[in-house]
Write a protein that binds this ligand. Structure first.
Ligand code: ATP
Length: 497
């Protein structure tokens, strides 16, 4: 479990320039956050790493970058207009509005995702649940659509009504045929996209975990419908091990257990090879970037929480300070979305299968759907550690993986007299790495500030440097130091980073 509370993490992020509450001077806006100088770099590195791992390093995933506002019929076809709903509870006295399922989960310690309004009303009555703010009764629970409505163009009529996208995924279906033809794709292949999404969450909270404006990184992976068990990449992952929490373990009140992918398949816990493959690939991305596998688990949706279109859904969850929560959803959506868009657009989105000489509508066997901001939070929690300084004070060491650390190198002159030489080194390094130059305060203070910012390596220029043309590299995680020749510094740091 994470070592600090979510509120303390929010305070730390604000102090260090990772995240600020949006429009704070006007009182702020719930569910909106700005990324500061360190936060914007870290977020960019997370997104770049995701794109490289999922798109650039793979032959079978094609990237696109679509718009935020799109034809409103897209959201009718996808089902969002009718059913992208959360259930809302409103207090009869103070008017407080809260999201019903999370409220029920907290109060009654039961899974409530997917519960309908009638069932919520019964649970409220049976357990005498009241407003957490003023202890008055609730009105009857009602559905609340999470999409932000907007007007496009100068007219203000129903024709000009559109939505801010609540997910990036749908354009991967509407553009499916264009991508397939233009990229000369062959099944199996995926389409990936990252970008902003907007949800008018009833009660945004837990800092970045639930925002009203956030970013997603998503893939729709299309396969031949008859080949759900033919995953050519599965061999690479069969011995991969992760913490598994299946629906039957949850139903039988058994704890999650470590399991190899091959055993999860053999015991039919994960039903298709493709789904199993993507679960392990996604889990691995986090672990490769330094997240402790003990803090991650894959959890299968219970029957009642599964969306109507999904054959099977697993979430990648993280052990947040407020419990195990969804980090990434991974549904087997079959051909639901393509069929919906075929029906509503009346366009043929099937492809020709040369093996059988028949048209087929591909299956989306897995839809890895990940929030950028939630990932950001996970990397921050997992990297957050403390140590005692020389005076016995507790200081933070943010052990971010060097690949995603917002600043890779800090350059320090030991004393201000050495600034000129230190600037030379800084100018050399900043062509290769994101660097900062820090000359203020004792060297110990500067190391501590760098540790708090997650800077993996500091380079110090001292009086000996003027004679031996060597500098000291200090490692953030071990505080160990070593002397390196300036001419070998870039190569040495590249190796380390
Ligand atoms: P939840 O049950 O937590 O509301 P969800 O099941 O609605 O999430 P999805 O629609 O599956 O979420 O979205 C995919 C991913 O997008 C989530 O796993 C999460 O990482 C991210 N995400 C969704 N809603 C938000 C939000 N309001 N703020 C930040 N990230 C979000």
């Amino acid at each position: 479990m994470a070592k600090i509370s979510i509120d303390d993490m929010a305070g730390f992020c604000k102090k260090k320039g990772f995240i600020f509450p949006n429009s704070e001077i006007y009182g702020g806006m719930a569910g909106f956050f700005d990324y500061g100088h360190l936060g914007s770099e870290l977020k960019k590195n997370i997104k770049d790493s995701w794109w490289k791992y999922h798109v650039q390093d793979r032959e079978d995933v094609i990237g696109i970058d679509g718009t935020i506002i799109t034809h409103p019929k897209v959201w009718v076809a996808s089902g969002h207009v009718e059913s992208f709903l959360d259930i809302m509870l409103e207090c009869t006295k103070c008017g407080e509005k809260i999201r019903a399922d999370t409220f029920i989960e907290e109060k009654l310690k039961i899974a409530a995702d997917g519960i309908k309004a009638d069932a919520i009303n019964s649970l409220i009555d049976d357990n005498n649940l009241v407003c957490p703010k003023c202890s008055s009764d609730f009105k009857k629970a009602e559905d609340f659509n999470l999409m932000f409505e907007i007007q496009v163009g100068p007219k203000k009529d129903s024709e000009s009504m559109a939505y801010l996208r609540p997910e990036t995924a749908q354009l991967m279906f509407t553009d499916f045929k264009l991508v397939y033809d233009s990229a000369r794709a062959k099944l199996p292949f995926g389409i990936a996209q990252m970008g902003r999404a907007f949800r008018n969450e009833i009660s945004p909270r837990n800092f970045l975990f639930r925002c009203r404006e956030f970013e997603q990184m998503e893939i729709e992976y299309f396969i031949h419908p008859d080949k759900v068990q033919e995953c050519p990449y599965i061999k690479e992952m069969l011995d991969y091990e992760f913490l598994v929490y299946s629906a039957s373990m949850q139903d039988n009140k058994k704890p999650a257990g470590m399991m190899k992918l091959k055993d999860a398949l053999k015991n039919k816990i994960i039903k298709t090879k493709w789904h199993a493959y993507w679960l392990s690939v996604e889990h691995k991305w986090f672990c490769d970037l330094g997240v402790n596998p003990k803090n991650l688990r894959i959890r299968q949706h219970l029957k009642e929480e599964k969306s109507h279109y999904a054959l099977d859904t697993w979430d990648l969850e993280y052990n947040f300070p407020f419990g195990w929560k969804e980090l990434q959803g991974m549904a087997n959506r079959t051909d639901f979305d393509l069929r919906q868009h075929i029906k509503h657009s009346k366009k043929d989105l099937s492809i020709f299968d040369q093996e059988t000489n028949k048209k087929v509508i591909p299956y989306v066997v897995a839809e890895p759907s990940l929030g950028v901001d939630r990932s950001f939070l996970v990397f921050m929690f997992d990297a957050y550690t403390t140590r005692k300084d020389e005076k016995g004070n507790e200081v933070v060491v943010l052990k971010l993986n060097p690949k995603i650390a917002p600043v890779k190198v800090g350059v320090f002159p030991l004393v201000n007299k050495l600034e000129e030489k230190a600037r030379e080194v800084f100018d050399l390094l900043k062509k290769e790495f994101t660097c900062i130059f820090d000359r203020s305060g004792s060297i110990g203070r500067r190391y501590a500030r760098a540790d708090e910012s997650g800077i993996p390596y500091c380079v110090t220029i001292d009086f000996d440097t003027l004679n031996d043309k060597q500098v000291t590299i200090r490692d953030r995680d071990t505080a160990k130091q070593k002397r390196v020749k300036i001419e070998e510094l870039i190569g040495e740091l590249k190796k380390l980073i």
